[in-house]
Write a protein that binds this ligand. Structure first.
Ligand code: ADE
Length: 224
């Protein structure tokens, strides 16, 4: 899968893809992440990417021209399944959406900044708008990293254990069961006996019961 991220602050996106699972996904050739600085597509000599809103008011608006030039540059090279704008008023991101996006070949993530982007970009170039929650971030970059992370870890081969993405919380509308590791006892705090029993079917049964219990407690309504 290829993900192209368009931003005016590329530095914000350096770290999330340089470590751990996402780094390994890139190294294995399972995910390609390309970060594009929208400023490189300006045609004015000051490399301006934002301007005051028509009609007045506070804040700046991301200009249409550099964004569209960048999008057209990418679209001339390959077809994209979705051109996604990260915005607090977009569709709320969840596991189901991550699963769906993970089946795509190529996607673009456009990060907004300032007061937002010129509405004509949303109307004519964006195919999907995603919000990662009902709060306002200072830009779309962290939201883009969240979406890319949730999607990339679902790609076949990214996680070492092929089953582990399927046993995540929210897959099957269930929250994952509690997990423990050594030592079996720490300052009198014990691991549940069943996990030390070696009885795999009983362990699986216990885990499922715990998942259902947790889901009822933490996300009532989700498992019904
Ligand atoms: N940009 C600013 N806030 C955001 C949010 N909550 N989700 C996605 N993009 C955003």
């Amino acid at each position: 899968m290829r993900i192209d991220i368009l931003t005016v602050v590329p530095q914000l996106l350096e770290s999330p893809f340089s470590h751990s699972i996402l780094k390994r996904a890139k190294e294995k050739g399972l995910a390609e992440i390309h970060i594009h600085n929208i400023r490189d597509f300006t045609t004015n000599k000051h490399k301006t990417v934002d301007d005051a809103p028509f009609g007045g008011g506070a804040g700046m608006v991301m200009m249409i021209e550099p964004v569209v030039l960048c999008l057209e540059h990418l679209q001339s090279q390959r077809k994209y399944d979705d051109i996604i704008y990260l915005s607090p008023d977009g569709e709320l991101f969840d596991q189901k959406m991550a699963n769906r996006i993970s089946l795509f070949q190529n996607i673009i993530l456009l990060c907004g900044h300032y007061k937002g982007i010129d509405e004509r970009i949303r109307e004519h170039f964006i195919t999907k708008e995603i919000s990662i929650g009902n709060y306002v971030l200072s830009g779309g970059e962290i939201a883009a990293a969240v979406v890319a992370d949730a999607v990339i870890r679902l790609l076949p081969g990214v996680l070492n254990d092929g089953t582990s993405a399927l046993s995540d919380s929210f897959q099957d509308n269930l929250i994952a069961p509690p997990v423990y590791t050594r030592p079996a006892e720490f300052r009198g705090l014990k691991v549940p006996d069943i996990l030390l029993s070696g009885n795999t079917p009983e362990v699986e049964k216990w885990r499922h019961e715990q998942s259902v219990k947790r889901t009822r407690e933490k996300r009532p309504g989700m498992a019904d």
